[in-house]
Design a protein around this ligand. Structure first.
Ligand SMILES: N[C@@H](CCC(=O)N[C@@H](CS)C(=O)NCC(=O)O)C(=O)O
Length: 204
């Protein structure tokens, strides 16, 4: 397997999962600042020139969420995804997709706002829009807070790929100071960021 990767991007979650699985893979680093993701060779892999992309035999996967879903199922003996048809499979899908569709989308609004402020550009977000995003974020974080009540992990009492996706997005939220006032979520992020596989995924 070959993972096309750049640090501090969504590719980290795919690399984290590969490290958790402990399987052999080739890491292809792309320097986005040098537009190594815009070469004809890479555009043949990922037509949008984004990372991550995973080449697994004859199959090329785009989208970090689909890569995580694929990898966790590909190695069932590693128990990072509940078996299809088990009682835990529904909650697993639910958290995977909730993290990406409901949490990531709102966190990214704040990310782009922070980037615009950093680069001293006018933000596309009016105060009214930001207030709307903040209310939405609060509601989404509350769902996760309740989901983690009395639990170390999202699904079935054990670490799964759903925690990789959720903790990755919550980590970004935490760096943007969006988790202030949510100690349970901060603790979840910190606990996951101490996993040896994360350290490897963010190294170099
Ligand atoms: N929904 C995609 C988004 C991929 C994406 O936007 N990747 C960014 C990095 S996080 C990228 O490669 N951007 C290209 C660039 O910055 O030039 C996924 O989850 O894989």
């Amino acid at each position: 397997m070959k993972l096309y990767f750049a640090p501090r991007t969504r590719a980290v979650r795919a690399r984290w999962l590969l490290e958790e699985l402990g399987v052999h893979y080739e890491l292809v680093r792309l320097d986005l600042a040098r537009q190594e993701n815009s070469t004809p060779e890479y555009l043949a892999v990922h037509p949008l020139g984004e990372v991550p992309a995973l080449v697994d035999g004859d199959v090329t996967l785009l989208e970090s969420l689909s890569i995580c879903l694929h990898l966790a199922d590909r190695f069932p003996e590693k128990h990072l995804a509940p078996p299809v048809g088990s009682a835990e499979r529904g909650p697993y899908y639910r958290w995977m997709v909730f993290a990406e569709m409901s949490l990531d989308s709102v966190v990214m609004e704040f990310y782009w706002h922070a980037r615009a402020a950093e680069e001293k550009q006018a933000s596309a977000h009016s105060d009214e829009a930001l207030a709307k995003h903040r209310a939405r974020l609060g509601a989404v974080l509350e769902v996760i807070h309740v989901g983690l009540d009395g639990r170390e992990f999202l699904v079935g009492g054990a670490f799964t790929a759903a925690d990789v996706v959720m903790a990755s997005i919550l980590h970004l939220a935490n760096t943007l100071r969006l988790l202030d006032g949510h100690p349970r979520l901060v603790e979840y992020v910190k606990r996951h960021s101490q996993r040896p596989a994360v350290r490897k995924a963010v190294s170099g």
